[in-house]
Design a protein around this ligand. Structure first.
Ligand code: FES
Ligand SMILES: [Fe+2]
Length: 370
């Protein structure tokens, strides 16, 4: 059975999984893809990919990262420092994070602010980006404060995420469902840098062909060997990893079946964002390409439900995954990166059980050509 296009609700995903279990099948892609290894080591290609990240709408953080008026997140995206903030009116705005005096970044990290005061000479901006105050303003005769606000960039909230389009306000979005509900609280965020190409890292999240061999004692005992359901949403996709205990739903009437704790959804929001929805927690993973062999990984972690008990369970769930499977994946992608210049492979071959990866490369190719 092949991967599907468009929306697939929980019930039909469960049915597709139960059918695969019964027939010992899995969703398969339609073609084998040969990706030139040069595309992982060429600076020119990386520059094109980073330009694409500035040209199209890319998730910057979950909406839950900006829970109240004045909440902000500042970081670089595709090499450009940006500042995203929820205004006094509740609306999210985004700016190039550069003071209009001499360019100092007016905010860093994340937090809650009433105004942004530039750390250099204290030019002060409102949450709406207006330049409100210039110390010793008489030193700037003729300065028009109304044209020296922070420079806005296009921002939209969709699917529980905040998307930024740095260079294009006519953004086209993939037809994704709501991935994160408004009642899911964010409780942690973290950043690290990896000595891995961003695509090598990404590919490991979106195929289940490796589960048995890479994760023999962490994921495989609870999951299946090479059994996945795949859905495409335009350029983006979702791969579903069922747990073996989902088989108990075979005896439950279809309308009463619930996915709770029985599967993992992994969304790939094209091009560089992965969202894993595990039993009790959700991870928004943003991959910022820094160099052909270096990636900044930014993680935002949310509980799947509100409340203290849900939070405790989310953290337990997160520890298990982070201390086992995630380390196994990191070991593999690091191994790939070390061999990438060995001359062994001119292409990497992605087969029919790596359908989401094939979809990604096909879409990336098309987007870079467009
Ligand atoms: S650079 Fe910001 S106040 Fe001078
Ligand atoms: Fe893995």
């Amino acid at each position: 059975m092949g991967a599907r296009n468009g929306k697939s609700d929980d019930q039909s995903v469960i049915q597709r999984i139960l059918d695969h279990v019964e027939h010992k099948t899995t969703d398969t892609g339609e073609e084998v893809w040969r990706e030139p290894v040069d595309n992982y080591r060429s600076d020119k290609r990386l520059a094109e990919e980073r330009a694409l990240l500035r040209r199209m709408p890319v998730p910057f953080c979950p909406s839950a990262a900006l829970p109240e008026k004045g909440s902000y997140v500042a970081r670089e995206a595709a090499g450009v420092p940006l500042l995203v903030v929820r205004g006094a009116d509740g609306k999210v705005r985004a700016f190039r994070n550069a003071c209009r005096h001499r360019g100092t970044q007016v905010a860093s990290g994340a937090g809650c602010a009433k105004v942004f005061v530039c750390p250099y000479h204290a030019w002060t901006y409102t949450l709406e980006g207006k330049l409100r105050h210039v110390p010793h303003e008489e030193g700037f005769p003729g300065l028009d404060k109304s044209t020296h606000g922070l420079v806005p960039v296009h921002v939209e909230e969709k699917f529980g995420l905040i998307f930024i389009s740095q260079e294009n306000s006519k953004s086209v979005y993939d037809p994704l469902p709501t991935i994160i509900r408004p009642d899911q609280p964010m409780y942690a965020s973290a950043e690290r840098e990896l000595d891995v190409n961003w695509k090598v890292f990404l590919e490991g999240f979106i195929e289940g062909y490796h589960i048995r061999f890479t994760h023999p004692e962490s994921f495989y005992p609870y999951g299946y060997d090479n059994l996945n359901v795949i859905d495409f949403y335009g350029r983006s996709s979702r791969i579903t990893y069922p747990f073996r205990r989902i088989q108990k739903l075979a005896s439950v009437p279809p309308a009463k079946r619930k996915v709770d704790g029985l599967l993992t959804y992994v969304y790939h929001v094209f091009p560089n964002v992965i969202i894993t929805i595990l039993s009790r927690h959700t991870n928004v993973i943003i991959l910022e390409p820094l160099a052909v062999d270096r990636t900044r990984q930014i993680n935002y972690t949310l509980a799947n439900d509100a409340g203290a008990e849900a939070l405790k369970e989310a953290k337990r769930d997160q520890d298990f995954v982070g201390n086992t499977g995630a380390l196994e994946d990191l070991a593999v992608v690091t191994s790939i990166q070390k061999s990438i210049n060995s001359g062994a492979n001119d292409v990497f071959t992605f087969g029919k059980y790596e359908g989401c990866v094939v979809h990604f490369h096909r879409q990336l190719d098309a987007a870079l050509r467009a």
